[in-house]
Design a protein around this ligand. Structure first.
Ligand code: SAM
Ligand code: 2KA
Ligand code: SF4
Ligand code: MG
Length: 215
């Protein structure tokens, strides 16, 4: 495992500037969720998140100190060899300054997509923003009008109320998704199906990569 005591002051400064990022994993796969589902994309999973969703499917990402600070030049170079579409996820990518990474990806003419809770200031240059708001740490107000898709995770019935509140805040063009929380999908999918038929401004999003058994 990576050891935090090996991080020098220089590295910490580069991380603060967004020139190095705690990289958990990077992988080429098919975007499983939301508007771009079915599209091949290179995923960059950045460590660090303190939003604390109890059902989070990637809790190993939370502690940034367990993920090695990695130079963004290396991340960009790798990404460029795999795909034109790059998805930055985490963890919560907006924990960090996404400016340098996304500028580098745009210099290579790559499409930059983000998966975010919106809990922190929006940084970076984005072709696609997937906003997945969380009750325990709401998005910053500035991000709502910029979101291309709103993806609300449905864990219980109250999440339909939360979803409608959040939909009030995004732009008219923003595409609205309800996605079942994975562990309760058998219970929630029928409720989501009924809800979408009664409120057709919403669409269903499934974590299709989990059905396909791919990363
Ligand atoms: C792991 S999060 C990382 C990005 C960012 N922190 C966020 O929450 O948007 C990626 C996506 O997975 C969703 N997600 C996480 N755990 C889930 C679960 N158990 N079931 C369904 N979706 C989940 C999140 O809501 C988010 O849309
Ligand atoms: N295939 C695939 N699609 C995804 N869409 C969003 C993901 C994420 O964890 O952010 C994800 C993921 O982990 N895998
Ligand atoms: S905000 Fe995203 S990464 Fe953080 S705990 Fe929630 S789902 Fe997991
Ligand atoms: Mg995932």
């Amino acid at each position: 495992m990576y050891l935090c005591r090996m991080v020098t002051a220089d590295v910490m400064q580069l991380v603060e500037q967004g020139k190095m990022l705690p990289l958990m994993e990077e992988f080429y796969t098919i975007q499983g969720e939301g508007y771009h589902k079915g599209t091949a994309a290179y995923f960059i999973r950045v460590g660090g998140c303190d939003v604390g969703c109890h059902w989070c499917d990637v809790k190993e990402s939370w502690n940034a100190e367990t993920h090695p600070p990695t130079a963004i030049e290396n991340i960009i170079e790798n990404a460029n060899t795999y795909s034109d579409t790059i998805v930055i996820t985490g963890g919560e990518p907006l924990t960090w300054d996404m400016g340098p990474l996304t500028t580098g990806l745009k210099d290579k003419k790559l499409q930059t997509h983000i998966e975010t809770s919106g809990a922190y200031t929006l940084t970076g240059i984005w072709d696609w923003i997937c906003l997945s708001p969380k009750k325990n740490k709401l998005p910053v107000p500035e991000i709502y009008p910029l979101a291309h898709e709103l993806k609300v995770i449905v864990y219980n019935r109250h999440d339909f109320v939360f979803a409608e509140e959040q939909a009030q805040k995004v732009s008219e063009d923003c595409i609205l998704y309800l996605q079942p929380e994975w562990s309760v999908r058998e219970k929630m999918v029928p409720l989501i199906v009924d809800y979408v038929m009664q409120h057709p401004k919403w669409k269903v999003s499934l974590q299709t990569h989990k059905y396909l058994n791919i990363p």
